[in-house]
Design a protein around this ligand. Structure first.
Ligand SMILES: C[S@@+](CC[C@H](N)C(=O)[O-])C[C@H]1O[C@@H](n2cnc3c(N)ncnc32)[C@H](O)[C@@H]1O
Length: 262
């Protein structure tokens, strides 16, 4: 068991009602299954259009807006999150929208309840990697549950923005290369642990997991509702997009060094 992740789970459970009310006010979850462009950006959309009838997994599903968008586009979606409270709320919403979604409580670094090669598409991001103590395990699990030839889409909050966390002026507070853990107390008084993975950490982890890169992009200059950041970051990149295709089984095998010489 990962104790830092378990602390994060308790913190997310404790704040679930607060997030629910915020999301209800925003109202996107009620509309994104009919209009996915409300929650999927033009940069990532080209990699998500072919989901009709496909097995799709969203890791760290949170508000589940991406889950509902992909389900509305015809994907058979599994929504994975560590927080049972966040999942209960999402399940209620899916019922209200008449969407069929499978909900699974699991840690993204341990998807042992999911078999190898289960999904055609794995999607993750939206400020998810900061909660993960091991980015290599995270993407290794994401790619393990992908079918050969399947697509991994990572569209995460851009790592450089995290340098300004806890800063209210133009100077960054944190070194880019200080990956953490950063320990905080949530508003509910719960300890929580965050991590700052670099752009290279993300890309290398996707490559090490056995993907060929299809696209790497930095896009947007504005993050909607970025209330946790006091400094104005409007001139910095908003999101990091990495799209990988899982190599087929033969390419993934290490060289067969035991083979006798001919
Ligand atoms: C900031 S949200 C990101 C997801 C989504 N884009 C959103 O905005 O709601 C973080 C979500 O990740 C979940 N989470 C945090 N650590 C996790 C882990 N190790 N495994 C699975 N989910 C995790 C939290 O419960 C929370 O719902």
């Amino acid at each position: 068991m990962n104790e830092m992740h378990e602390a994060n789970r308790a913190a997310w459970n404790a704040s679930a009602q607060w997030w629910k009310e915020r999301e209800d006010k925003r109202g996107l979850w009620m509309r994104c299954h009919r209009d996915p462009t409300l929650v999927l950006s033009p940069a990532e959309m080209p990699f998500l259009t072919d989901v009709q009838g496909k097995d799709v997994c969203v890791l760290g599903s949170g508000d589940n807006e991406v889950v509902f968008a992909l389900a509305g586009m015809g994907g058979k979606v599994t929504s994975v999150d560590i927080s049972e409270r966040r999942l209960e709320i999402a399940e209620e919403r899916a019922r209200a929208l008449g969407l069929e979604v499978t909900f699974l409580r699991a840690d993204v670094t341990d998807l042992s309840s999911v078999g190898d090669s289960t999904f055609d598409l794995v999607y993750t991001g939206g400020h998810m990697s900061v909660w993960v103590s091991d980015v290599r395990k995270y993407y290794a699990e994401a790619v393990r549950v992908l079918r050969p030839g399947g697509i991994l889409v990572v569209n995460d909050y851009h790592p450089i923005r995290r340098m300004w966390l806890d800063s209210d002026g133009p100077a960054p507070r944190h070194r880019y290369f200080n990956r953490g853990p950063y320990e905080y107390r949530s508003d509910e008084g719960q300890p929580q642990f965050e991590f700052h993975w670099t752009v290279a950490d993300h890309i290398q982890a996707v490559l090490d997991a056995g993907c060929a890169l299809v696209e790497v992009d930095e896009h947007g200059e504005h993050v909607e509702d970025e209330f946790w950041m006091k400094a104005n970051l409007d001139k910095l990149p908003a999101y990091l997009l990495i799209v990988g295709r899982k190599a087929d089984v033969q390419q993934q095998r290490p060289p067969d060094t035991d083979r006798p010489c001919r």
